[in-house]
Design a protein around this ligand. Structure first.
Ligand SMILES: Nc1ncnc2c1ncn2[C@@H]1O[C@H](COP(=O)(O)OP(=O)(O)OP(=O)(O)O)[C@@H](O)[C@H]1O
Length: 366
């Protein structure tokens, strides 16, 4: 298995900077997800690793080996595509056998490897079936088998679950993760779906407009987003982001709410008053009765029951022109209804402080 490193890699299509100065590494045996909205450059990054697209500048390394100049066939990679890309006139067995056949591996050695992979993927019973008759999930398992069978250095997954229904998605993402760990095969997964990235990857690289925003373990990105883009992109419902003033001594004042940051944090924040964007996750807001103590008061304007949780939208009491609305997520079913007056507890230890101009999290070193 091989590690992968992108060193100052850029890709331009005419005037478009699809990927800009990308420095990113995927360790040997790791699964790294490239996550971001449509057009952020994640597919281009994957295609450059595969050799389908040339880099405009920079270098890609597999282990110590620079590979930018190598054709796709010389890189020992396998790809799994969103549309499976199987050979339609072949059986399951023949599809999985194909990469071995083109490398001249046939007979007993091939049969043993194919049998093992089909067993791993639960495809043994279907070996002789035509792939055209299989469900989407089964077809994608065949494509994964075809990728695994020749022990590639790297597997590149391009939105592998996007054509599957919800049940198959959950099943297959667990399956891919299990196999990836079992075989310890270095993998890059491209997805626009944060649930998928978080469920499957060891680390997630978030991209926007061709620029890497942050890379880290899913929990790290969730708890310590490096900037407003990551804060807003990761998490559902999204993080509440509110304009506020951070005053000397750690007092934070927004429209209709205020709190004080713990003294331990003040050392890490710049001194002096400044305008900030404060961020708080919905589950870090407590909802209490109207007479309880708290950091804000307001009225519930919308309640969305989700079974195990309730999502409450609360319009804060404010003298300003536009009322700030905060979203709170609390265990369901909650006793609150639309129109109820409530007090909100904003956990200051969970309140994030972003620079209002640059959007950077002031307490995360990039
Ligand atoms: N062959 C191409 N020619 C010109 N521009 C391209 C080409 N491929 C991609 N782009 C542009 O490069 C940028 C990045 O595209 P890319 O497909 O990598 O993004 P993405 O995040 O994978 O999006 P999607 O999920 O929609 O595929 C976009 O602005 C896109 O329009």
């Amino acid at each position: 298995m091989s590690s992968i490193a992108f060193v100052s890699v850029s890709k331009r299509y005419g005037e478009v900077n699809a990927v800009s100065q990308l420095d990113l590494a995927c360790a040997s045996g790791e699964m790294l997800a490239l996550l971001g909205p449509s057009g952020c450059g994640k597919s281009t990054t994957l295609k450059m690793a595969a050799g389908i697209e040339a880099v405009s500048s920079g270098e890609i390394y597999f282990g110590e080996r620079p590979v930018s100049h190598l054709a796709p066939g010389a890189r020992n990679i396998a790809m799994v595509f969103e549309d499976y890309a199987l050979y339609p006139r072949m059986t399951v067995w023949e599809n999985v056998a194909f990469p071995l056949k083109v490398r001249g591996i046939t007979g007993q050695p091939a049969a043993q490897r194919i049998g093992e992979v089909l067993q791993l993927l639960g495809l043994r019973q279907m070996a002789e079936q035509d792939v055209r008759g299989l469900s989407g999930g089964a077809q994608q398992r065949v494509a994964i088998g075809r990728a695994l069978v020749r022990d590639p250095d790297v597997i590149l997954f391009d939105e592998p679950l996007s054509h599957l229904d919800a049940d198959q998605k959950v099943q297959l993402r667990a399956e891919i993760k299990r196999l990836q760990k079992l075989r310890q095969v270095t993998s890059i997964l491209v997805t626009h779906d944060q649930t998928e990235a978080i469920a499957m990857a060891d680390r997630v690289a978030v991209m926007n407009h061709g620029v890497l925003q942050q890379v880290g373990a899913p929990q790290d990105l969730y708890e310590h987003p490096a900037n407003l883009f990551v804060a807003n992109f990761i998490g559902e419902p999204p993080m509440n982001l509110m304009e506020a003033t951070l005053a000397e001594g750690g007092r934070v004042v927004g429209a209709g709410w205020s709190t004080r940051l713990g003294s331990a944090r003040l050392g890490t924040l710049p001194a002096g008053a400044s305008v900030i964007i404060a961020g708080i996750r919905p589950e870090n807001i407590a909802v209490r009765g109207p007479d309880a103590a708290g950091e804000a008061r307001g009225t519930i304007v919308y309640r969305e029951p989700r079974g195990d949780a309730d999502i409450l939208t609360v319009a804060l009491d404010s003298t300003g022109e536009a009322a700030v609305k905060l979203i709170a997520e609390i265990p369901g079913p909650a006793p609150w209804r639309t129109g109820d007056r409530v007090t909100l507890g904003i956990d200051e230890a969970r309140l994030l402080v972003f620079d209002a101009v640059s959007g950077r999290n002031r307490e995360v070193v990039p």
